[in-house]
Design a protein around this ligand. Structure first.
Ligand SMILES: [Zn+2]
Length: 365
């Protein structure tokens, strides 16, 4: 049986005392990371002949971590396994020859730390750790073997990601197939005629515009300026979260309901080039994100995702008789086929063509 690692990521809102605790944990991790790296670089230079440091990195770091803890009692407030994980991350960067982050102007280099599974408990959507209790927002119950948790701090928000392993289960086969046309009027039009729209995020767009406007009127570096920048980030994050939730839910729903999902890949770009849509990049980004989600979810649940190639004329062809229009400007939303007289909604007709083409290409193999 295959297993797969999944992450259940939840927002937490620590109170002041809890936040101080979490920040102190991050600081300890940074401290260890920085000090071990500096020490390593120095010892490496002096060890050019013997290569002992470079050969026995793991032992080397463990020994120095113990020394660091001995010399710095503040580190004892952090679980030793958390600190061991810090040098594992450092080792990974060194082995991968990545640039090791040592920029001390950035207050939190690591931004996250890993808690071993014996050091926390989840009871009724509360995360218990170090005699503290954190409410997990949007916590979804899951079946699986818990491996560890990661607490992260980004853009003034805290999250806990619980990493667990599950045995892959197949979703029941439904025998159904669907074509999807991604578009501008509606986020998606399905070949069964359904249309699906993005949730309304204008509220946050307004707030974001408002923040920019106000920031321009403040002095850079002033208290007001800082406060507004935090507000701006928060609104951005909210907007992104709403969209991500929507994309996750929609992709999961489709994968659950259909065995074969056909989607057109790149005519999207042609549409964008030829239209006056504002925020083209954002729209394109959402589409690509959505297709990526469909991709890995259908693979995970053993469903088929069929990408239709970009030159397939999904909008110009009548899905009933195959009549081909020479020209089909974007402004044409409905049309009647001159050959078989079927009345078409442009997007539904395109989605049906995408479905037919997808099924045809599967049968060819
Ligand atoms: Zn026709």
């Amino acid at each position: 049986m295959k297993t797969r690692l999944l992450t259940n990521k939840c927002r937490i809102k620590p109170n002041k005392q809890q936040e101080d605790f979490l920040l102190s944990q991050l600081e300890n991790c940074d401290f260890v990371y920085n000090n071990l790296y500096k020490q390593y670089q120095q010892d490496l230079k002096e060890d050019l002949e013997n290569h002992i440091v470079a050969t026995y990195k793991n032992e080397y770091f463990y020994k120095h971590l113990e020394k660091l803890i001995e010399e710095n009692p503040k580190l004892k407030t952090t679980n030793k396994h958390v600190l061991v994980d810090v040098y594992h991350r450092l080792l990974q960067s060194i082995n991968a020859k990545n640039n090791v982050l040592t920029d001390t102007t950035d207050k939190h280099i690591l931004r996250s730390f890993k808690i071993p599974k014996y050091d926390f408990q989840i009871i009724n959507s509360y995360f218990h750790h170090n005699n503290q209790r954190f409410k997990l927002r949007n916590f979804r119950k899951f079946d699986g073997k818990i491996l560890h948790a990661i607490i992260s701090y980004k853009r003034y928000e805290w999250h806990i990601s619980i990493v667990y392993a599950i045995n892959v289960k197949q979703l029941p086969k439904t025998g159904k197939a669907i074509g999807i046309d991604l578009g501008i009027d509606h986020f998606a039009t399905l070949s069964d005629g359904r249309t699906i729209d993005m949730p309304d995020i204008e509220y946050y767009n307004d707030k974001i515009r408002n923040c920019y406007h106000k920031i321009n009127q403040t002095i850079p570096g002033s208290q007001n300026n800082k406060r507004l920048k935090i507000q701006l980030q928060k609104n951005f994050t909210k907007k992104v979260n709403i969209k991500e939730n929507f994309l996750h839910q929609l992709s999961m729903e489709l994968v659950r309901e259909y065995d074969i999902i056909c989607v057109e890949m790149l005519e999207i770009q042609d549409i964008l080039v030829n239209s006056n849509v504002p925020n083209k990049n954002i729209l394109e980004n959402d589409w690509q994100k959505f297709i990526r989600m469909l991709d890995y979810k259908s693979e995970f649940y053993m469903k088929d995702l069929v990408h239709i190639d970009r030159y397939f004329p999904s909008s110009k062809r009548c899905n009933v008789c195959g009549y081909m229009h020479q020209n089909m400007p974007l402004s044409v939303r409905t049309w009647e086929c001159p050959s078989c007289h079927t009345k078409h909604n442009r997007d539904v007709n395109a989605a049906k063509n995408i479905l037919n083409e997808g099924l045809r290409s599967i049968n060819k193999h």
